[in-house]
Design a protein around this ligand. Structure first.
Ligand code: M6R
Length: 364
C-alpha cells in the first residue's frame, strides 16, 4: 500500500505531480478555468465586498497564499484566519461576504464550526476539500474538490499543493470574471500552471542533496525560517512541517522582522533557512541573510535556478525550477517537505504518526 516507499509521507510527496495534474486539468477546458457547478458569476462578484478564508494548520497556509492570488488577480480584499480564532472573534461577516473553508479531511471541528458561524451570519460558503462527501463539503453551498487522493500521513503534503492549485483556479476565475485580470496575464498564468507537475517531478528526482542537508543538520535544537512576500507563507508551512515530525523547535518570520527581536537568538551555528524566490525582494533578502551570517548563523537558501545573487551569501543552496513569482509556493514547499522528512528519519521518529498528533482534529 506504500507503493515501495518506506513511509506514507514519502509516497504522498511523490504523488504531488499527479495530484496537481488532476486538480488542474479536471478544471481546465480549452485552456480556460472551467468551474462547472460552482456559482461565482459577475453579478455575485459585484456584490461580494470581502472574502474570508478560514482553515487550520497546513490548510491555513494555503489560505495565506490564496489571499495574495485573489487580491492580485481579482482585487477583492481577503482576510485569512485560523478557524479556532475566527469562530470566537465575532467577525465582520454578512451576506456580501464570501466564506472559503479549506480542509483536507473536511472533518476538522473548528473549521466546520467556523463555517456554520459564517452561514449563520448570511455568508455564501465555498469549500476546498479533499474528502468527497465530508461534513465541510456537505454543509457548503459550493465545493471545489482537490484531487490529491487519500492522504494518510499526519504531515500534510499533497493536500497542500493541490489546495494551492484549487485556490489559484478560483482566483483566476474571479479575476477574469470581474475583469480585473487581463486576458494576457490570465492565459500566461494558466500556461505556467500546466507545466508545474513536470517541475515538481524535476525536484523529486534530486532529493539526495536535500537528504544530505538533513543528515548534516538533524541535531540542531532550533531552526528558523524566513522569507518576504509569498515566501513568508511558505516559511510558515515549512516550519510547521519540520516541527511536527522532527520535534525540533522551529518558527518562521518575515525577514524584515529580524531586527525587531528574533536576531537576538542568532549565535554561532544557528541554522536559518531563507526562502528567496521573489525577484523584486532578492536584494532585501540578501541584506537579511548578511545580518544573520554576521552573527554566526549558517544559512540554507531556497531559490530559483536563475538567481545568481542570493546564492553568493548562502552556505548551501536548494534550487527550484523557474516559474512565475505568484506560483513559486507550489515548487518551493517540495524541498522543505523532503527536508522535514529526512530530519525526522535521522532523529529516529515515527514519520507517519508523530507523537501527540492526529490526522484529523475532530475535537476542540
Ligand atoms: O483536514 P484539514 O485540512 O482540515 O486539517 C487541518 C490541519 O489539522 C492539518 O493541516 C495539520 O496542520 C497537518 N498535520 C499539517 O501537516
Amino acid at each position: 500500500k506504500k507503493d515501495g516507499f518506506e513511509h506514507f509521507m514519502m509516497k504522498e510527496i511523490n504523488e504531488q505531480p499527479k495530484g496537481v495534474h488532476e486538480t488542474l486539468f479536471r478544471r481546465l477546458k480549452e485552456d480556460k478555468v472551467y468551474i462547472d457547478g460552482i456559482k461565482i458569476t459577475k453579478k455575485d462578484l459585484e456584490r461580494i465586498n470581502k472574502i474570508y478564508i478560514v482553515a487550520c494548520g497546513t490548510a491555513y497556509h494555503a489560505g495565506l497564499v490564496a489571499k495574495r492570488a485573489i487580491e492580485n488577480f481579482a482585487k477583492i480584499p481577503v482576510y485569512v484566519d485560523v478557524a479556532s480564532e475566527f469562530r470566537y472573534s465575532d467577525p465582520f461577516v454578512d451576506k456580501n461576504t464570501l466564506f472559503i473553508a479549506v480542509s483536507q479531511s473536511g472533518e476538522t471541528l473548528d473549521t466546520l464550526a467556523a463555517l456554520r458561524e459564517a452561514k449563520r451570519k448570511g455568508a455564501r460558503v465555498l469549500s476546498v476539500v479533499n474528502v468527497v462527501g465530508s461534513s465541510v463539503a456537505r454543509e457548503s453551498d459550493d465545493v471545489f474538490y482537490t484531487w490529491a487522493g487519500p492522504e494518510i500521513a499526519v504531515a500534510s503534503t499533497k493536500a497542500f499543493t493541490t489546495q494551492l492549485i484549487a485556490l489559484y483556479l478560483i482566483a483566476l476565475h474571479m479575476g477574469i470574471t470581474n475583469e480585473k485580470l487581463t486576458e494576457k496575464r490570465y492565459f500566461e498564468i494558466i500556461k505556467e500552471l500546466k507545466v508545474l507537475p513536470e517541475k515538481i517531478e524535476k525536484i523529486l528526482k534530486n532529493t539526495k542533496q536535500i537528504q544530505e542537508l538533513a543528515d548534516n543538520n538533524f541535531n540542531n535544537n532550533s531552526i528558523f525560517f524566513m522569507g518576504r512576500g509569498i515566501d513568508v507563507d511558505i516559511s510558515m508551512e515549512a516550519s510547521l512541517k519540520l516541527k511536527e515530525i522532527s520535534y525540533i523547535n522551529s518558527f518562521a518570520i518575515p525577514a524584515g522582522e529580524l531586527k525587531h527581536g528574533t536576531i537576538a537568538l542568532v549565535e554561532k551555528g544557528t541554522l536559518v533557512i531563507a526562502i528567496s524566490t521573489q525577484k523584486r525582494l532578492t536584494e532585501k533578502m540578501i541584506s537579511n541573510i548578511k545580518e544573520v551570517k554576521a552573527r554566526g548563523a549558517k544559512v540554507i537558501v531556497v531559490t530559483l535556478e536563475s538567481n545568481k545573487d542570493v546564492v553568493k551569501v548562502a552556505d548551501d543552496v536548494i534550487y527550484i525550477p523557474e516559474t512565475l513569482d505568484i506560483l513559486t509556493p507550489v515548487l518551493s514547499i517540495i524541498p522543505m517537505q523532503i527536508f522535514a522528512y529526512y530530519v525526522s528519519i535521522a532523529r529516529g521518529n515515527d514519520v507517519d504518526k508523530p507523537r501527540n498528533l492526529a490526522k484529523s482534529v475532530t475535537v476542540e
